[in-house]
Design a protein around this ligand. Structure first.
Ligand code: ADP
Ligand code: MG
Length: 261
């Protein structure tokens, strides 16, 4: 049964790993959104939006700046008590944001298990840090990390909660090109081994096409276009199928082939 979501978890404790369960034995899809709306004053940001995400599916959400991507992600994370409509998420949700949001006065491993109330939390944090290749920095202070290291710590913090839905809000956009490519590989490796459903917000069409099973475009408060990407990974950017999809997605975004808006 879907639940009517009007108020939900919020505040700092909920920010790093938010979880709520609606219904007990819902089969696929793991995320079911119907008629989701959100206004800020007179501005209608989400307008009767529908979206399903299957268990283990990797979905990229793209849209112009200000189109409401983060608003949708916050709603899915249970961080927005003012959305209206039906929102059902089966299982645990973790979020990683564009800024890694590490607590500066806690060491990396303590950041990873912050708020984690499970037996042997430190052991699990160590395992998660090993998975993201950060074991050697587990006792470091966050401010001594590079941008890529901080994002890997943020991913470890999200993963240690073993989410069934992993929400990523432009987590690579502040990174340099090489670090980004390494992070793409890492996210795919983690996704393949843990198999959460993923919703990756990105403004980069190529990033979406490199990673996702499906790319959805947020336009005028709704999912305007949903494209399945069938190419095998790792993907060749010049694959004709991807080139066609890129053109279609850019057109939906109002961007021409040269990338001009
Ligand atoms: P995106 O992530 O696609 O760039 P956002 O979801 O952050 O867009 O924002 C969508 C719109 O909602 C923007 O016009 C933004 O100014 C507005 N908005 C988002 N959060 C708030 C808020 N807390 N108060 C007022 N307006 C907001
Ligand atoms: Mg945003």
């Amino acid at each position: 049964m879907a639940q009517q979501l009007r108020s939900s978890l919020s505040g700092p404790a909920a920010r790093n790993a938010v979880s709520f369960t609606a219904g007990s034995s819902a089969p696929d899809p793991i995320v079911r959104v119907r008629g989701l709306s959100r206004t800020f004053g007179a501005e209608q940001v989400l307008s009767d939006l529908d979206l399903d995400i299957a268990s283990g599916e990797f979905v990229a959400l793209i849209g112009r700046s200000g189109s409401g991507k983060s608003t949708l992600l916050r709603a899915l994370a249970g961080l927005d008590g003012a959305v209206t409509g039906k929102l059902h998420v089966d299982g645990t949700v973790s979020v990683a944001f564009q800024e890694p949001r590490l607590v500066p006065w806690k060491r990396v491993s303590d950041n990873v298990c912050l708020g984690l109330r499970v037996p042997r939390a430190q052991e699990r944090a160590a395992a998660a840090l090993a998975e993201v290749g950060l074991s050697n920095r587990s006792q470091a202070w966050p401010l001594t990390l590079s941008g890529g290291e901080a994002q890997r710590a943020s991913l470890a913090r999200a993963l240690v909660r073993e989410p069934s839905l992993l929400l990523l809000d432009e987590p690579f956009s502040a990174l340099d090109a090489l670090t980004r490519i390494a992070m793409h590989r890492l996210v795919l490796t983690l996704w393949e081994s843990h198999r959460p459903a993923v919703l990756l917000v990105t403004h980069d069409v190529d990033e979406a096409l490199a990673l996702a099973d499906r790319v959805v475009v947020l336009t005028s408060g709704q999912i305007g276009l949903s494209c399945t990407v069938t190419a095998d990974r790792p993907r060749d950017r010049n694959d004709p199928g991807l080139t066609n999809l890129r053109t279609r997605l850019l057109a939906e975004l109002g961007v021409d082939k040269e990338g001009k808006i």
